[in-house]
Each structure stands twice: as structure tokens, then as C-alpha cells.
Design a protein around this ligand. Structure first.
Ligand code: GLN
Ligand code: ZN
Length: 757
């Protein structure tokens, strides 16, 4: 074992998604809670053993969760919202997470800039909080029974508060006085568990732009927490970015160590001298916990050498950059993947090997024959990545170097004039966002085709039938700008990824997204290009079946990028540009085939925003550049729509305007017109389709309700600028609901149009 290796946290869903399966069975009342507990126990054991066998010195307990660590922390602190009181144990836990017929679930939101979602704790001044350490102590003891002395993982008090919300409207940090004492009590209890305990207190909130108030709490908190017991060595860990402001303060508190991410927070390097002057241990995150590529072990060694120029080796521990929660488990089940590509990858279990090997090399420990072999293989993998034809496509590189047309011709005010005349749509034109209900039948059709159970002809017939039905439904409802319904797509990113060169797919690369839900993102390993049209066949078929305008439907470059694992050998912005070029070819093919309106979805545009303000303008500049590039082939008369899945536009409205789409549909149904005021304030010129009803609920909105909503919209945007549509795609709904909702929507528009006459 290398005494100096450290893992921030390990995934828990199970390499065969065992936890997902048993949870879903339990929720469906097909098994008992004991069954869940058994599986959970087996998984913890297996994961601890993987780390132990790999020779990792610092292995975590309390990184496990049946649903989510923030939820666990809320339970630990007794932060139970009023509506759940009276419920007990697992019923309480899962109802907080998922709600039930009478109780709304707690809100869920993205964990920093990852695709993991946590449960947002609800706090209020009048609530009393009380410590419950059962889970934490049980997991510690359980590992100990297997002979593993773990470091204990804990979400820190400032991050807990910072990521919570006040239900009684106030600042979360006002509750510091109620929450912090529980952390003190907790550490005193932990001190009684065992001798020499390492406690990892995670404070990822420190990587954001923290205000003075938060910064002032750091010293106070960590001074206190670190002096409660000599028996507990505290490591404060941050990840996903640099945390320099906080680190500077922490170095003047008696914490034992500081864990920093040197992969996604290279500015952390600026503080090496200061860290050296303090007497702290540095846990250096140099193995990427966010990506699936094999680490370049030589580069990692170089990074460590740089660090060691300031900090003596004795005070360095080598670590993953963050919890391995964000990568899949193991390559062992990837038996359909091309061998060359597979050899470039490392999932969580493989990263354990890398970490252990790296730490042995760095600390001059003797390598076994196997380890020498692994090191050699690592070098080969890096070399082939720099030369492989699979990755490097001269045609693509040539094309990105010589881009002639960066944006479409014509300025908006002139384009829209031409478009309105040509397309001849009315004020308050009605449309939908793209997808129609994904029925079990259509899913089966796709699966059967994929598995070779039906031939292409039969598959095509089924898809065509769905498209026709979808068109009929829209025509019956009176929708004016139609969509084909996306029956051929399983997912808005995967569908394009599967048809682009440079993309790879895993069989078992599942990553937890929230609770029992996992996603299997495709990965970009090489230069991206489009070999053939991707949507032309279905869009043109759909157009041939109706006299109305059929909208083409594409996913934008930024969203495709943000929902994939991305190669790390070139910049993200370069990859994005390659995708944009491929999309621009598709736009051109569509318009040449008679598609007059093309929607380019950027559902994840906002998700990609950096954690720090200092990086925002760079992100915005290439993200906007590539959206414009993706539609640069559009003629002035081709109308470009985009769709974004959120409602907070205040801080990015100018950026959105710069994207220069003719029409944008957005998700504002749940927030009335409050958030839309910004469009008026900035004098936004392009057309806007603010969602008039919430598609996340099965409830059918009434005509009156939608009329009211349209009235609200008309207060902030003129009728000439407004489109009327639902607030997102309809794929999760049922056909009957959709039919009633859309027909109410059209009736509502008619009511308002009559009023406006
Ligand atoms: N066109 C896509 C759909 O309707 C957009 C999905 C999304 O915004 N997430 O499904
Ligand atoms: Zn959406």
C-alpha cells in the first residue's frame, strides 16, 4: 500500500446498478427494505475492498448514500421540513426525496457544474435542529469490521448552508448559529469513535465567488472545529475549481490538511508557497475525477514535481481531483468497445490503479512487474492518442482552420421582415418544442430495430406512422407550426452523437444523475464530423405529409458538448467548433430540402457556465460563437429557432440576444411573467415563445388559465414578438394529455386574438 494515496469519494450505485435496481423494486413494493440494506451493505464492502486492494491509503466512509449525500446531511442535522414530520426512518427519507401523493418532494438541483443533482435542504428560523449520527457511525464501524480504518466524509457547514434554501425567506447564513453547534457536537462524538481519526470536510462552495460574509465565517468555523479534539485530523476539501480566497484563510486555522483540485483549478498552484509556509498537509488532486480518460502519468508526475518544488514530499498526499462519483465504475464490462479506444479510458476502478501507481512512482516505492507493465501501457496509450487516425482527422482540422462564414447573412430586423412575409404566420403563432410522447410502443420499435428483430423497412414504416399520427394530432388541435415528434430519438444528444464521427459509446458507463437515475453519456474521443445527413429523412418525410410549416429539429453544439464526456487533448471550445460545423451542414441540407424553420436546441447552454465569474466571458464568447457557426449556413429567409430549458435570463440576456436566433422558446410557465420583464427592460428584439404551461406535470391546463397566462405575457412583450408554446418537449407526457392541453392552448390563443382585433 502506498501510504500517500487518497480518494475523495467513490461512486455507490454499483457496477451493475445494483442499488438502482433494488431501490426501484422497493419503491414498487416488490421487495423489503432489508433487501435494500443488504445490497447497500454488499456494495459498500465491495467498494471498500476495491480501494483497499488497489492500495489506497485514505478510503472514505459516509460517501455512500441511498439517495443523496445532501439529503443524508439534512437528516443528520435534523433538518426535516415541517410537512414530513410524523414520518419515520426510510419512509421519511424517501418521501423527502421523492414526495408522495400528498407531499411535494424537496427540490433537486445540479451539484455545481456536474450532472449530479442533490436534494436542496429547506431551512427556517423557527425550526429546531438536532444531531443524528447513526449513519455516519454505522458506516465507520462497518468498514472497521472489514479491517479498514476509513477517513470520514462530511459535507461542511458552510457548503451545507450555502446550498440550502430558506423557506421563510431570509439569508441561509442567518442560520449559522443553529447549524454550526451541531457540527461541533458531531466532531466531539466522532472523536470518541476511535484513535486518530481523519475527517474530510467537503466545502466545494469555496470554489465559487464567495462574498465577504461567507469568507468571514471560514476562520471562525475552522478554528473552532479543529481545536475540539486532538484525536480528529481535519482535511478541508474543495473541488471543480480553485478556492484560493478560502484556502488563504484556512491556512491560518489549525486544520490538518487541505485537499485541492489541480485538474480543474490550476490556479490553486498560485498558493503553493503559502501552503508551504503553513504546516499543512496538501492533498493534491491530480487524477481527474470528472473524466473518463486514462491519466497521462508523466504529465501528472510533472505536476507533482512542480508542487514538490514548493512543498516537501512528506507533506504531500496524492489524490483524485474530486469524488469518483462522476465517472462510471469499471471498464471490465465494456466488451463491445473497440480495443484501441478502450485502452484510452479509465473509469473509477481503473483510476484507483492509476492513483496508486502514480503515488508509488512519486514516492520512489518499488514497482511490481505488473505495475511496470501498467506504466508502459500508460505511455503507449498516450502516444497512440497523439497519433491515431481515429482521433486526428486532417479534413476536420483543415476545415476549422479555414472557416469563412462565422455567422449567417443579414441582420435580424431585415431577416424577420422577409421571414414573416414568406412564412406568413400570425401573431401569437402556435408551436411546440419538438418531442411528442415517447410511448412504450415507439421505444420498443427502436429497440427491436437496434437488436435486429425488425428490418429497416418495418422500422421506417413504424416511425412514419408515428409522424403521421403526430401531424394529425397537431392539425386537429389547430397548431400552426408543426413538429415531427422525434420518435426516432432516444435522447436529444445521443441521437446526434451516434451519427457523428469521433463519438464513442459505452455499454455500461453509467453515472448517477440523481437518486436511482443514471445516465450513460456518449464520449467524444476524436475530431467530429458528419458523414451523412442526420435528420433530413424524417424532417422531409414529415413536411411531405402536411401543408403547414414543419420545423426541423437539431441539437446545438454547446448542448451536445455539455452532455458528453469530452476529450481532454484539445480545448473544449475546439471540440464545440467542430460540432458546430457538422450542425451547420445539417441546417444547409434541411433548408435546401424545403424546411423553412429550423430549431437548434440549446437546452444545456446555461449548464455549461463556469463556476467563477472570471471565466464567464471566455465561455460565453466561444459558446455564442459556435451557436452562430452552427446556423451560419441558414439563408436569411430560413427562420432559426432555439429552445432553452430554464427561466432565469437576467444575467445572460445580452448573451442570448447575441446568439442571434430569430425565435427563442423558453421555460417560464412556472414563474408567471416576473422573469420575463428582463426581455422588456433590455429592449430584446427577437421573437420569444415563453412556455404558457408546465409540461412537467400531467395536469391539463384550462383555456382560461392559458388566456390569463397570455395576458401576462402581453404585459411585457408586444404581440408581434410573441409565440405561444408549451414550456418544453412533450416526451414524458401521454398522448391524451397532450391533445387536450394543446387544443386548450390553441383555443386560448383564439380567445386572445379575438380580444386584440
Ligand atoms: N426538442 C427537444 C424536445 O422537445 C428539446 C428538449 C429539451 O429542451 N430538453 O424534446
Ligand atoms: Zn426544454
Amino acid at each position: 500500500m502506498s501510504k500517500k494515496s487518497y480518494i475523495v469519494g467513490f461512486p455507490r450505485i454499483g457496477e451493475q446498478r445494483e442499488l438502482k435496481r433494488v431501490l426501484e423494486q422497493y419503491w414498487a413494493q416488490e421487495c423489503s427494505f432489508d433487501d435494500v440494506m443488504n445490497i447497500a451493505k454488499n456494495l459498500r464492502k465491495r467498494h471498500w475492498n476495491y480501494q483497499k486492494e488497489a492500495g489506497i491509503a485514505y478510503i472514505s466512509s459516509n460517501d455512500f448514500s441511498l439517495y443523496d449525500n445532501m439529503l443524508d446531511t439534512a437528516i443528520m442535522l435534523g433538518a426535516i421540513p415541517k410537512r414530513f414530520r410524523g414520518l419515520q426512518e426510510q419512509e421519511l427519507y424517501f418521501t423527502m426525496a421523492r414526495g408522495n401523493q400528498n407531499l411535494v418532494a424537496m427540490e433537486m438541483t445540479k451539484w455545481f457544474n456536474t450532472n449530479y443533482h442533490y436534494i436542496v435542504p429547506e431551512l427556517s428560523l423557527e425550526d429546531e435542529y438536532k444531531l443524528n449520527t447513526t449513519k455516519l457511525i454505522n458506516e465507520y464501524k462497518e468498514a472497521k469490521e472489514y479491517g479498514i480504518k476509513t477517513k470520514i466524509n462530511l459535507i461542511g457547514p458552510l457548503t451545507f448552508l450555502g446550498l440550502s434554501k430558506r423557506v421563510d425567506n431570509g439569508d441561509v447564513y442567518e442560520l449559522y448559529g443553529k447549524i454550526f453547534p451541531l457540527y461541533e457536537e458531531l466532531i466531539k462524538q466522532i472523536a470518541t469513535f476511535d484513535e486518530n481519526i481523519t475527517l474530510q470536510i467537503e466545502e466545494p462552495i469555496f470554489v465559487k465567488d464567495n462574498d465577504a460574509k461567507l469568507l468571514s465565517l471560514i476562520k471562525l468555523s475552522y478554528e473552532k472545529l479543529s481545536t475540539l479534539s486532538k484525536n480528529v485530523a481535519i482535511v478541508v476539501s474543495t473541488y471543480f475549481e480553485h478556492s484560493n480566497e478560502a484556502t488563504k484563510i484556512l491556512l491560518h486555522t489549525p486544520i490538518w490538511g487541505i485537499a485541492l483540485d489541480f485538474i480543474h483549478g490550476s490556479k490553486n498552484l498560485d498558493l503553493l508557497e503559502e501552503i508551504a509556509q503553513s504546516n499543512k498537509i496538501l492533498i493534491a488532486g491530480v487524477i481527474d475525477g470528472r473524466n473518463i480518460w486514462k491519466s497521462d502519468l508523466y504529465a501528472a508526475q510533472e505536476l507533482l514535481t512542480t508542487i514538490a518544488q514548493s512543498i516537501t514530499k512528506e507533506r504531500i498526499i496524492i489524490s483524485s481531483s474530486c469524488s469518483l462519483l462522476h465517472v462510471p465504475f469499471t471498464l471490465e464490462y465494456e466488451n463491445r468497445m473497440n480495443d484501441e479506444i478502450k485502452n484510452w479510458l479509465a473509469y473509477a476502478k481503473e483510476k484507483l490503479q492509476e492513483l496508486s501507481l502514480l503515488s508509488k512512482i512519486f514516492f520512489n516505492e518499488a514497482l511490481t512487474t505488473e505495475e511496470k507493465e501498467a506504466l508502459k501501457n500508460n505511455t503507449i496509450a498516450q502516444e497512440t492518442r497523439t497519433t491515431s487516425h481515429r482521433i486526428h482527422d486532417p479534413k476536420v482540422q483543415e476545415r476549422t482552420k479555414n472557416i469563412q462564414k462565422h455567422q449567417r447573412e443579414g441582420i435580424y430586423t431585415e431577416r424577420i421582415h422577409v421571414q414573416k412575409k414568406l412564412l406568413n404566420y400570425k401573431e401569437l403563432a402556435t408551436t411546440t418544442i419538438g418531442s411528442f410522447p415517447q410511448t412504450p410502443e415507439i421505444r420498443k420499435v427502436r429497440k427491436d430495430f437496434q437488436n435486429g428483430f425488425i428490418n429497416e423497412h418495418n422500422y421506417d414504416e413504424e416511425i412514419k406512422r408515428y409522424i403521421r399520427e403526430c401531424i394529425t394530432l397537431q392539425e386537429e388541435c389547430g397548431i400552426e407550426v408543426l413538429v415531427h415528434g422525434e420518435p426516432e430519438r432516444n435522447d436529444m444528444v445521443e441521437y446526434f452523437a451516434e451519427q457523428l464521427q469521433g463519438y464513442g459509446f459505452s455499454q455500461n458507463g453509467w453515472v448517477q444523475s440523481y437518486g436511482s437515475r443514471c445516465v450513460k453519456p456518449p464520449f467524444i474521443y476524436g475530431d467530429i464530423s458528419r458523414a451523412y445527413p442526420m435528420t433530413l429523412k424524417w424532417s422531409t418525410y414529415a413536411q411531405s405529409q402536411t401543408k403547414s410549416i414543419m420545423k426541423g429539429m437539431l441539437t446545438g453544439p454547446v448542448t451536445i458538448l455539455n452532455w458528453s464526456f469530452v476529450r481532454d487533448d484539445i480545448k473544449r471550445s475546439e471540440v464545440s467548433q467542430q460540432i458546430a460545423l457538422a450542425i451547420s451542414d445539417e441546417v444547409d441540407d434541411l433548408q435546401k430540402a424545403g424546411i423553412q424553420i429550423i430549431q437548434v436546441d440549446e437546452a444545456a447552454f446555461k449548464e455549461g457556465y463556469p463556476l467563477r465569474k472570471e471565466n464567464i466571458s471566455h465561455y460565453e464568447s466561444w459558446a455564442v460563437r459556435d451557436f452562430k457557426l452552427a446556423v451560419s449556413s441558414a439563408w436569411p429567409q430560413t427562420q432559426i429557432h432555439t429552445h432553452m430549458c430554464y427561466s432565469q435570463f437576467n444575467d445572460i440576456i445580452k448573451t442570448i440576444e447575441n446568439m442571434d436566433a430569430d425565435v427563442i422558446s423558453i421555460e417560464t410557465a412556472r414563474s408567471g411573467n416576473k422573469l420575463l420583464k428582463i426581455f422588456k427592460e433590455v429592449g430584446y428584439k427577437q421573437e420569444v415563445g415563453p412556455g404558457v404551461y408546465d409540461i412537467h406535470s400531467p395536469r391539463v391546463p384550462s383555456v382560461e388559465e392559458i388566456v390569463k397566462q397570455i395576458h401576462l405575457l402581453l404585459e411585457v412583450l408586444p404581440k408581434e414578438q410573441l409565440w405561444i408554446n408549451p414550456d418544453c418537449g412533450l416526451k414524458t407526457r401521454k398522448f391524451l394529455e397532450v391533445k387536450q392541453s394543446l387544443s386548450n392552448m390553441v383555443q386560448a390563443v383564439n380567445v386572445v386574438r379575438n380580444e386584440l382585433k
